[in-house]
Ligand binder design. Sequence first.
Ligand SMILES: Cc1cc2nc3c(=O)[nH]c(=O)nc-3n(C[C@H](O)[C@H](O)[C@H](O)COP(=O)(O)OP(=O)(O)OC[C@H]3O[C@@H](n4cnc5c(N)ncnc54)[C@H](O)[C@@H]3O)c2cc1C
Length: 519
Amino acid sequence: MTDPSALFPDNPFDYVPLIRSPRGMGRIPEAKAGTKIAIVGAGCAGLCAAWELMKIGLHPVIYEADKNPDNSPRIGGRAYTYRFPGDPKALAELGAMRIPPAHRTVCHYMDRFGIDYGTPFPNPLVVPTTLYVKGKKYFIPAGGPLPGPIRKAAHAWKKLITPPAEQWASARPDQRARQWQDHVEQFKDAGFYEILKKHGLSKTDMDLFGSLGIGTGGFDSMFPISFLDIFRLAALGWETGQRLVKGGVGQIPESFWNTPCPCRHFGQTSVSALNKGRPLGAVTQIQTRPGEKIAVTDIRGQTASYEAVILTCSHRALEMGIKINRDAFSEEVWTAIQNIHMIQSGKIFIRTRQAFWKDLPPESTLNCTITDEAVRGTYLFDFEDTASGVICLSYTWEDSAAKLHGLGERELLDKSLDILKTIYGRDLISDQVEEVKTIFWEQEKGYHGAFKLNYPGQYEDQTALFLQSRPKSPEAANGVFLAGESASFAGGWIEGALQSGLDAAMAVVRKLGGEIFTT
Ligand SMILES: Cc1cc2nc3c(=O)[nH]c(=O)nc-3n(C[C@H](O)[C@H](O)[C@H](O)COP(=O)(O)OP(=O)(O)OC[C@H]3O[C@@H](n4cnc5c(N)ncnc54)[C@H](O)[C@@H]3O)c2cc1C
């Protein structure tokens, strides 16, 4: 069996045996069977917790703030597969889009639900790629060699990241935790830029690395982030072999919502059936009082009482959207909720009449593009069941996303098309455009950011959020448990969201006097 500490050194708990067990994750006392548990948020974390709690005989009551265009509640949160109205078979992943095979929890659930993730994600360098920097264009065939200037930056990056990663990976299992702690101490308070600079990268190297990374996308947006967060994903292989989810990432939360399974107390049922096919609306207020149940008030002004509540909305959505009594959380947890950094991120998608690039020699047409121009990253998608193509014209983070905020949808489209016309020397796209969809997650109510990535100095805040649902935390007594990707050391990934949901579900079981199966 894989040593779990090799996968998630900050949280060396192996979730797969827990969720693989046909008996479910644990047992609750007979008298608690059918007890209602409030779950705030119908994203990956909330619905994973709901599914596991339902299996062992608890009744998850789902609250969800987000809405579809027809005003019905939208399931999925930041696992958001958008279907273009003109061709619902043409999909745009507005949030999560790549799954690393190293993420075993999400892969386990996708296997369980029969979701196909067998295809490599069409990432730069995996597919034919055009790099365009400082007005110069380089074409790289799939898997081809990097052009000279980028090769130097890639080499410098490898030299920086490989020795500590190898040192940790080759440590004996009994030494791993200590080894990782050494890396935490070394990197947690240092910014990415600072470490690169100390490593001897020149201004020119830094500019290139910032614009193009190692050909897979520029790192400049991430320069202020804690190097530990960058090191973690590079060292643990989360950037390696990423998979595309056929039919859309949104199938993960939808499967938790819709799939029936045998449950203690309820028999064969689904989370959707238990919620009469529709979550309740946004939660506006939560009130805890010692020795009493937790009062949860929703947007309609209706209040219900629960023995336990799992809060999965982003920490910013919590701060901005839900009124909670101050003593529901410790000061450390409040500080973390208020401070932890979420990155900004925008995506501009179009549906094209055809996936016109598919049957042309890649040197002569549009391909995956990485650039220092304002679009930053362009990705191409085609589908087996429709002729339409989907192009993510622009995927941006942080400042690169913020600089686009002032433009309206038409202007964003025109700007993106103009940049790509400059790069390719002619307009390959305009006459193909059928529909447009844009999103900036920091501007979305109920999210207020794309995903958590810590700044230097926030490791302790992160630890406070992570430990909040653990048995010894002061909050464990009042029964309000924080989950969602920002409560995880793997924040920014569906894997982290699922693990946080499972941690909170285990906390609920313990709170009700139940037990967690350890084998
Ligand atoms: C642009 C982008 C790219 C990403 N790329 C990847 C990737 O490639 N791979 C990957 O694995 N992950 C990726 N992620 C991260 C991944 O999408 C998230 O980690 C994960 O979906 C978070 O799930 P969650 O359940 O924690 O939170 P959410 O999905 O945000 O779910 C929380 C839910 O709470 C709801 N809510 C908010 N306020 C209230 C309220 N007051 N009452 C009731 N409900 C409320 C929200 O509407 C939302 O539905 C990406 C995310 C973004 C935004």
